[in-house]
Write a protein that binds this ligand. Structure first.
Ligand code: GTP
Ligand code: MG
Length: 323
């Protein structure tokens, strides 16, 4: 085991920071470390926080961290900014807001920025999360802006995904982005201090009711399809909070804990974990294939397919031979 890994496991925040830099840069040390650390993972609750820019994610993460600390849980925060190519650039504001967390040994904060492709950032985020889990943080909070693919990626890394909505950002059921129902385990309406928040809450509740429609037509008769009480089903709650003052944060943290307990008790945890590893392995496989491929060889095959000299299937055969 590399000394950096050993020191990080022993609790050195300095070593942890340096190890994470290795992971971000996908170095040989990092790959070995991830292998060495894998048996130590699986104990942290990983919580994804996603939402539109300005919805209040950073403010909320700060408050969530404080509330988890009050409950004697250690917390690591990963702020992912896919739009920024500079680590620490666009998230400077977050750093300042995180000031009240500084000095607490039970808190670790890390910002990550895109260095080119989003896929690389998603893999790096998953890896960094594994490191934080392995070294013993109870809770890992991942903040990411809802930007296309990234929230889906977060959902495949996190156990519990919070989708943040804020009033005034388009409150009609139609304008709330499709897909949040699938990824959000908890829908949070932030800025509940604003009077318009009631509308947002109502819109989300209406949307959930549509999603959870229990009635369907069968041979012209209305029948109940889903059991009213299904212990295997998680009922997505809508939780209003005011991150600015901390109001509603304890209730939100309780919901986050309840979701984790539900995952474990319902037997969904293992299935969830398997699915996450499956996705991770497939992503890594894809990355490994690209790494092995010679770009010119790929271009040449692409050219032949475009010229109708080779079918895409035959190109795959040729690619597999090249590997
Ligand atoms: N009124 C009100 N304002 C809030 C609340 N929470 C956050 N804000 C404000 O909303 C603005 C955006 O907050 P951030 O926490 O930076 O939002 P964010 O989602 O992290 O933004 P990005 O990281 O840029 O995507 C700030 O001016 C906050 O002070 C709240 O509960 N009520
Ligand atoms: Mg932010």
């Amino acid at each position: 085991m590399h000394s950096l890994t050993e020191k990080a496991l022993a609790g050195s925040p300095r070593a942890l920071g340096r190890l994470i830099t290795q992971v971000e840069n996908d170095t040989a040390i990092a790959r070995q470390a991830l292998t060495d650390l894998h048996p130590h993972t699986g104990n942290a609750q990983i919580v994804g926080i996603t939402g539109a820019p300005g919805s209040g994610k950073s403010t909320m993460v700060n408050e969530l961290a404080k509330e988890f600390r009050r409950r004697n849980k250690t917390v690591a925060i990963v702020a992912v900014d896919p739009s920024s190519p500079f680590s620490g650039g666009a998230v400077l504001g977050d750093r300042i807001r995180m000031q009240d967390l500084v000095g607490d040994k039970g808190i670790f904060v890390r910002s990550m920025a895109s260095r080119g492709n989003l896929g690389g950032l998603a893999i790096a985020t998953t890896n960094v999360t594994s490191v934080l889990d392995a070294v013993g943080y109870d809770i890992v909070l991942i903040e990411t802006v809802g930007a296309g693919q990234s929230e889906v990626d977060i959902a495949s890394t996190a156990h519990t995904t919070l989708v943040i909505e804020a009033p005034g950002m388009g409150d009609d059921v139609q304008s709330i982005k499709a897909g949040i129902l699938e990824i959000g385990d908890i829908l949070v309406v932030n800025k509940a201090d604003k009077p318009e928040a009631r509308r947002t809450i109502k819109a989300l509740q209406a949307m959930l009711e549509l999603g959870h429609s229990t009635k369907t037509f069968h041979h012209g008769k209305v029948i109940e399809t889903e059991a009213v009480v299904d212990y295997n089903e998680w009922m997505t709650p809508v939780v209003p909070v005011t991150s600015l003052t901390g109001e509603g944060i304890p209730e939100l943290v309780t919901q986050v804990e309840t979701h984790y307990a539900w995952l474990k008790e319902s037997g969904n945890f293992d299935a969830h974990q398997r699915m996450q590893f499956e996705k991770q392995i497939k992503k890594l496989l894809q990355a490994a294939v690209w790494e092995k491929l010679n770009g010119d060889q790929f271009e040449a095959l692409l050219e032949q397919v475009s010229e109708r000299q080779l079918s895409p299937h035959a190109a795959i055969e040729a690619l597999l031979k090249l590997l």
